[in-house]
Design a protein around this ligand. Structure first.
Ligand SMILES: CCCCCCCCCCCCCCCC(=O)SCCNC(=O)CCNC(=O)[C@H](O)C(C)(C)COP(=O)(O)OP(=O)(O)OC[C@H]1O[C@@H](n2cnc3c(N)ncnc32)[C@H](O)[C@@H]1OP(=O)(O)O
Length: 738
């Protein structure tokens, strides 16, 4: 995030006294009340229900659906239409928000006063808020797209905006949140309820529901109202961002394409919680089902929260950007994602060919639909990438990260203090901020205290006259620790990919890096390192958005490889081939650098020349081995999870299996490996990670799945040599992990 803006300082929105300086006695005695009274009331929110259900889009959807149901029986048609219209009105009642500016004001006052019962502070960057406020004055809808970490997220967004007199947006809430009493409050505060899956029946599109939701959002946008939705589609269970969904975003893009709005400001938002507020997801990571949201559950959770402390929260609003400008740019530079996800139940080969608009009543041509789909994906990926990279890790995240990547056996406080300084410098070099300040020793002990002894224990070591900290690597605590660590992993993901590729190409393993004797001098070929790195990105494409859509993976990796040379992890080595080739190698490098600086597409040059640049891995240096070890450990658990899934698929998928049974035995097998000490990283058996690895193989068309009679089936694809691919991936990963 822009350094200049950070220099404007942070503001704790729970402390309103700083905003009431030089005020009278009343303000000093009742600061929150005076502050709240001084905030303006937003103008009344529109009621658009009637215009939505009578819109042509909805009426066409009703008629089409009625025709499908009555199958040409013209006598039954009017009755069916009347019935669907009635259902439509009741769906609309369940969906719509009934926002009250006054209720927002009262709630904001209440929250400002009482959130400090369990939070030390809610930090926002003044400069960022100034930009958001400027954008909100431009008379175009604001689209807030936060990453989803906690139930507190949406409360904080509206609350912070209220503190800056910015109109509250309408917030899309999954219908699992439609719980009695709370749903009423949510509607008054801007919430509208959407289905988590648009179609209740997987094999049939619900045209009416799609049309209703589409029209509802479009009407709000065209009236200048702001929207907020969580594009990841739910809270992350791993601490890492999830691959975004494009449904709601496609409505915004389509509203722009159809000139319903002239532009919109897209505002990525991200949260850093020092301590997880909504529980630790260990249950789900152990393979147990998610607990349903209920009225009593919500009440209990609120009580639990109010009687605990959760440290501080930092909320970052990235620079708002114009949708119009993004679209212009994205059309000029088409997006080529690493791989495209396959929607469940559909084979990816026919994916591109039939991708209608959100509301399929207004179909565009296939080509148009395909390019819109890419634009929406580019926008969604751009938002998540931006948010990820402006997330400021908190002390708890950094400590958990260091313990899991560098000090799994435990570490002395003195050494950890040095490492905290080091990791902050590394993050700064990556232009990332941290969400805390203070003396490192205090910060470490504060973080340990907040996370609790069940995650990090400490013991005074008499002989070394120092405190030693130990991470709890047993199940399920390690999942919670890795949740915190993952907030930092994203920043190092691509470097880690490169380090793994270097290891694989140098035929080195993690174990080699722990010993000084790595054997013979290790050399790696530049093109091979880049090729394997790209392969790794492909295998684990569901784990990170590695780069913004406007950048090319090969070029970014090539640039990063050069930086490995400047960091002395690698030294350049001329090819052992004849002089002529070595000369050509130099030419190639020169051309590569030139291409990089001119931003020339690597693919254009492909095939014209095979580079033969060799690098030597400086494994004789202990600091370099340590650094490589650290980098590989960043992705270690993810790679191990993928390795486990690949091996398991090779062993078990001789015939199709019900997906649920496959996942159950996969989870059991992975946990068994951890419990018997056969896994390198105990967190690799987390169920969400295993599911994501299975999903990756489906996206790559190595595995297929479809809905059978009442079971979802999973099998090894026959489209390509899936077994050979799996064996190839397994051998790649095994090299690094052995
Ligand atoms: C001061 C006081 C403060 C207090 C203040 C409180 C505020 C009080 C508010 C409470 C608020 C609670 C908030 C809770 C937080 C959640 O509840 S988070 C969970 C709910 N939110 C979301 O899920 C949002 C993100 N999800 C989406 O956008 C999903 O796409 C949807 C809309 C849910 C649908 O998901 P889905 O059924 O799985 O379908 P999906 O594959 O995504 O695609 C659906 C359609 O979208 C379209 N589509 C999808 N991708 C694309 C693409 N790339 N391009 C074009 N079209 C696309 C297609 O038409 C597709 O249909 P098909 O042609 O494939 O059949």
């Amino acid at each position: 995030m822009n350094g200049g803006l950070r220099d404007m300082g942070m503001r704790n929105i729970l402390d309103v006294r700083t905003e009431l300086l030089n005020s009278g006695l009343l303000a000093r005695s009742f600061p929150t009340e005076v502050y709240a009274i001084n905030r303006p009331l937003f103008k009344t929110y529109p009621n658009i229900t009637r215009s939505v259900i009578t819109s042509p889009r909805v009426l066409i959807a009703i008629e089409e659906t009625a025709r499908q149901i009555t199958k040409g029986d013209m006598d039954a048609l009017p009755k069916q239409i009347a019935l669907l219209e009635k259902n439509c009105a009741s769906t609309m009642r369940r969906m719509k928000a009934s926002v009250s500016s006054f209720f927002i004001k009262v709630t904001a006052w209440f929250l400002t006063k009482y959130l400090s019962k369990f939070l030390h502070s809610v930090q926002v960057c003044r400069g960022q808020m100034m930009m958001v406020k400027e954008a909100s004055k431009r008379n175009v809808p604001m689209i807030y797209l936060p990453l989803h970490r906690s139930h507190l997220d949406y409360i904080l967004v509206t609350l912070i905006l209220w503190h800056y007199d910015i109109r509250a947006p309408f917030v899309a809430a999954g219908d699992n949140m439609n719980i009695p009493f709370f749903n009423l409050l949510m509607r008054w505060l801007g919430g509208f309820f959407i289905r988590r899956r648009l179609d209740s029946n997987r094999n049939k599109k619900d045209m009416i529901y799609r049309a209703l939701l589409h029209e509802y959002m479009t009407k709000l946008l065209s009236q200048g109202e702001g929207l907020e939705f969580f594009i990841e589609g739910g809270r992350t269970r791993t601490g890492k961002s999830m691959i975004p969904k494009g449904g709601l975003l496609s409505v915004v893009v389509e509203a722009f394409n159809a000139s319903e709005i002239s532009d919109a400001f897209i505002v990525p938002v991200t949260f850093s919680y020092e301590k997880i507020i909504d529980g630790n997801y260990c249950r789900e990571q152990m393979g147990l089902p998610k607990i349903k949201e209920t009225f009593m559950g919500a009440v209990k959770a609120i009580f639990r929260v109010f009687f605990n402390t959760y440290g501080s929260v930092r909320v970052d609003f990235a620079q708002p950007f114009s949708l119009k400008e993004f679209m212009l740019h994205a059309k000029a530079y088409p997006y080529h994602p690493i791989t495209l996800p396959t929607p469940p139940g559909r084979h990816s080969l026919d994916y591109g060919a039939s991708y209608p608009n959100f509301s399929s009543t207004l179909l565009s041509t296939n080509g148009e639909a395909e390019s819109t789909r890419m634009l929406v994906k580019a926008l969604a990926d751009h938002v998540v990438y931006t948010s990820d990279h402006c997330t400021a890790p908190m002390a708890t995240h950094l400590i958990a990260f260091l313990l899991l990547t560098k000090y799994r056996e435990g570490v002395y406080l003195r050494e950890l203090t040095k490492s905290v300084h080091w990791i902050i410098r590394e993050l700064q070099a990556l232009h990332a901020d941290v969400g805390f300040c203070g003396q490192s020793e205090h910060v470490i002990l504060y973080a340990q205290e907040l996370l609790g002894k069940h995650l990090i224990s400490k013991k005074w070591q008499e002989e070394d006259n120092d405190l030693k900290l130990f991470p709890n690597l047993s199940l399920p605590s390690v999942f919670e620790l890795s949740y915190y660590a993952n907030a930092v992993s994203t920043h190092f993901a691509l470097e880690s990919v490169l380090a793994v590729s270097i290891l694989i190409n140098g035929n080195l393993s993690l174990f080699h890096l722990l010993t000084s004797a790595t054997g013979v001098e290790k050399k790696v070929l530049r093109e091979k390192v880049l090729e394997v790195a790209e392969e790794i990105c492909t295998i684990i494409h569901n784990e990170f958005i590695f780069l913004p859509p406007c950048e090319n993976l090969h070029s970014v990796l090539a640039g990063m490889l050069e930086s490995f040379v400047s960091k002395e992890i690698l030294s350049t080595e001329e090819s052992a081939m004849d002089d002529e080739l070595a000369f050509a190698g130099k030419d190639r490098r020169w051309a590569d650098r030139l291409a990089l600086s001119l931003d020339v597409d690597e693919e254009e040059n492909e095939g014209s020349y095979v580079a033969d640049q060799y690098y030597q891995i400086n494994t004789e240096r202990s600091d370099i081995r340590e650094r490589l070890h650290f980098l590989v450990c960043v992705l270690g658990p993810i790679l191990e999870a993928h390795f486990l899934v690949i091996k398991f698929a090779l062993e078990e998928l001789h015939t199709e299996l019900p997906e649920e049974d496959f996942m159950k035995s996969l989870g059991g097998c992975a946990r068994g490996k951890v419990e018997s000490g056969l896994a390198l990283f105990s967190e690799s058996c987390a169920m969400i990670g295993l599911k994501s690895a299975v999903k990756s193989l489906q996206d790559l068309e190595i595995l297929y799945s479809y809905d059978g009679a009442n079971l979802r089936m999973l099998g090894l694809s026959e489209q390509q040599d899936s077994r050979a691919m799996l064996e190839h991936y397994a051998s790649l990963l095994e090299t690094a992990l052995s």
